[in-house]
Design a protein around this ligand. Structure first.
Ligand code: FAD
Length: 681
């Protein structure tokens, strides 16, 4: 068989991308320095997409680049907004750059009249996002080699001007660690910050306002230092959208929701983050015994997919938007009758990324590719003023975009999404160019779930423990239904032949594009984590996981129970779990006794019921009451501690309880010796 060189190169590229993903970029640094890959591509004429950012800026006449390190899409969205504003208001020639799309050794020839923006989210335990790992490793490593051969000591970045904004969460131990570390590293390398770096805090829901207020001050300083003049902002579309009458939704090349190009033909291996597997639900069980709240144990079949996971990993699930929200957005933008028209989208700037695959349809874009239900950006509302259908809507939109308090009351409190907001202002149609809609929303993101099965026990079945999000707001009719968990609930109903309507009244196209999801399937991929059991099962472990935080511990205990049943020596396995009451939400209540039987005295489960007694009891209280055992596991037994679940309070409270029991330095030592693991969200 004739093998095409380009096929080999594509395979090589996929292998490298997969390796970078699964090694969290650690191997990437090695590949990055290997000249073979780059020159092979160049020789084969495949190198038109350069990985040299300075070259890219020169070629496309840019004097401002906004790099982003994004996991959930928010940093990417902020980067797009900075780029857009930099161009529209300050006349900069801007581009955005996904940090994993470029190499950084040419930054020492960064143009003197240009500026780099960095929008960097901190993820997990003070880590960079997956796409920022290679940059992070490069920039903070003093041995980093730059293209000119200059070393870090020679401050190779003196020509570079930059500003940075970080997205973090104050309740985490390492608040905004990534932007802090990168800022320090950049300035150590000689780069000049045009304004102090900013930090957004997700903990109190102030991220957007933190970003807006940082941005205002930042632009004042940047425009002063670069001699830029603010001008009246005119909306310029980022994309050209054309309707293609020659194609219909029956045409094979049209994306109707398929997660990747391979799915347009026949879903093909290897499955990974860029080509998710259509995972069929094997079983789905309701774990709560109380009406009005739902938590599902959902098991997916991996047989034949080649998808592997390890105990402690995360499963990413790719949702689709609910019928009601798709209909609403189509209705308020006047696109209902054209929903299945095929569209082609072209970026008007060669450096911009089209957020939807194409050709596609209006319906598919809204249902499968755009995060249409997410929070509304106050900054974006100013773009909508000019498209308001009448004067009163125009003035209301202008007020909401400029008045923080009015926005809070009208939009943030009821948690409106954009279509709900537009609908609440007027029943008239908002005649928005489709480019505005594409710019308003980020790409629909997968949601992550801590895997609750053990790969040792069930390598071909992977399970998650997901609580269904549904929130109402006093004084408002609006109900917020989590996108993925309600979708999962609908799929579970389908799998279990439940004929009752969805308990929260939401519907989905469960058959999926071209009915490829029929049989209760959902696109999924595995994300590797560091949350690992000790390799030696005799090492004692302490686990703290209230609520759905117990998910990975079901897997840990399941694994150790199997090891014990096989005659292995298993160390103390102590679990602190918490829920409201034993008759409402005690997760896996009937499963724990089976593990207890297999593990005997090695297993110890302590449950804090917060609503059973006159006083609320939480896991941290139980930890303190069992201080002696805690010490025995962590100090005498040199065991590991694992915490999973709520990041906003629980993880901090547990840390404080451990400090009280063991002392500050002992807890710090656990962290530095990587014996303190957190999987919190
Ligand atoms: P979404 O639609 O994403 O909504 C989630 C929240 O976003 C809402 O509650 C609200 O606060 C906010 N929001 C959404 N829309 C708006 C709006 N218009 N305005 C304002 N705010 C809005 N969950 C589990 O149940 N079990 C697990 O084991 C688990 N493990 C996780 C592991 C990791 C590493 C991470 C990062 C998260 C984990 N989660 C887990 C959480 C999970 O990923 C999802 O966030 C959760 O299930 C909600 O997803 P959803 O799509 O249903 O809700």
């Amino acid at each position: 068989t004739k093998v095409d060189v380009s096929d080999l190169l594509i395979l090589l590229g996929v292998a490298l991308a997969t390796a970078a993903y699964f090694t969290k970029g650690k191997l990437w640094a090695v590949e990055r320095k290997a000249p073979v890959f780059a020159s092979t591509l160049a020789a084969a004429g495949q190198a038109e997409k350069t990985r040299d950012i300075v070259k890219k800026m020169r070629e496309s006449n840019k004097n401002a680049v906004v790099f982003y390190g994004s996991q959930t899409g928010t940093a990417e969205d902020y980067a797009n907004r900075l780029a857009k504003e930099g161009h529209a208001k300050y006349g900069l020639q801007t581009m955005t750059a996904d940090l994993e799309d470029y190499e950084y050794d040419s930054l020492d020839s960064f143009p003197e009249d240009a500026v780099a923006f960095f929008v960097l989210a901190t993820y997990g335990e003070g880590e960079p996002t997956d796409n920022a790992v290679p940059f992070f490793d490069f920039i903070k490593d003093p041995d980093s080699q730059f293209a000119s051969g200059q070393s870090a000591e020679e401050t190779p970045l003196t020509a570079m001007k930059y500003v940075a904004f970080g997205l973090g969460n104050k309740t985490y131990e390492h608040y905004n660690a990534v932007v802090k570390i990168c800022d320090a590293a950049l300035s150590k390398l000689g780069a000049c910050a045009l304004a102090p770096y900013g930090m957004g805090d997700d903990a109190d829901g102030t991220m957007e306002e933190d970003f807006l207020s940082w941005k205002e001050e930042m632009w004042t300083q940047v425009s002063q230092k670069m001699g830029l003049e603010a001008r009246e902002v005119q909306y310029e579309p980022a994309f050209e959208v054309t309707e293609d009458d020659e194609l219909s939704r029956e045409s094979g090349s049209v994306f109707l929701g398929e997660p990747s190009k391979k799915h347009l033909t026949k879903a093909a291996k290897p499955f990974n983050a860029n080509n998710p597997f259509l995972a069929p639900i094997a079983t789905s069980t309701e774990l709560f015994t109380v009406k009005g709240r739902n938590c599902m144990h959902v098991e997916f079949d991996l047989a034949g997919s080649g998808v592997k996971y390890k105990t402690g990993d995360h499963l990413a699930l790719w949702p689709s938007n609910a019928d009601q929200e798709v209909e609403r957005l189509l209705r308020v933008t006047g696109l209902t009758s054209k929903r299945h028209t095929v569209i082609r989208v072209r970026a008007l700037d060669s450096t911009a990324k089209v957020p939807v695959p194409q050709p596609t349809t209006y319906d598919a874009a809204m249902r499968y590719y755009l995060e249409i239900c997410g929070p509304v950006s106050r900054q974006f509302l100013s773009t909508l003023v000019q498209f308001a259908p009448d004067e009163s809507s125009k003035s209301e939109m202008a007020l909401l975009s400029s008045d923080k308090d009015a926005f809070h009351k009208k939009v943030s409190v009821p948690h409106f999404n954009l279509a709900q907001l537009l609908e609440s202002i007027t029943s008239k149609t908002w005649n928005l160019p489709f480019s505005v809609i594409l710019e308003a929303f980020g790409k629909l993101q997968p949601r992550y779930y801590s895997i609750s099965s053990s790969s040792l026990v069930s390598p071909n079945k992977v399970s998650v423990t997901a609580i269904v999000e549904t929130k109402s707001f006093p004084g408002h009719k609006n109900v917020l239904n989590g996108v993925t968990t309600n979708y999962l609930l609908a799929l579970s109903q389908l799998k279990n032949n439940v004929t009752d309507p969805h308990p929260y009244g939401v519907g989905y196209d469960l058959a999926g594009p071209r009915e490829k999801y029929s049989g209760a399937k959902i696109p999924a991929h595995v994300r590797q984590s560091n949350f690992r059991l000790p390799a030696d099962p005799s090492v004692p472990i302490l686990m703290v996981g209230p609520g759905t935080g117990v998910a990975p511990f079901r897997a840990f205990v399941e694994e150790r129970a199997k090891q014990a049943a096989e005659g292995m020596q298993v160390g103390k396995t102590m679990l602190f779990y918490g829920c409201r009451s034993r008759n409402e939400d005690f997760l896996y209540k009937d499963t724990w006794p089976q593990y207890q039987q297999a593990l005997g005295d090695a297993f110890d489960m302590d449950v804090a019921f917060s609503r059973e007694g006159s006083q609320k009891v939480y896991v941290q209280h139980r930890l303190k009451q069992r201080a002696e055992e805690v010490k025995r596991i962590l100090v005498e037994g040199k065991g590991n501690v694992y915490v999973c679940g709520d990041a906003s309070h629980m993880a901090r409270d547990v840390n404080n309880a451990l400090v009280e029991i063991l002392g500050d330095s002992a807890v710090q030592a656990l962290r530095t010796q990587t014996k303190y693991f957190e999987d919190v969200w």
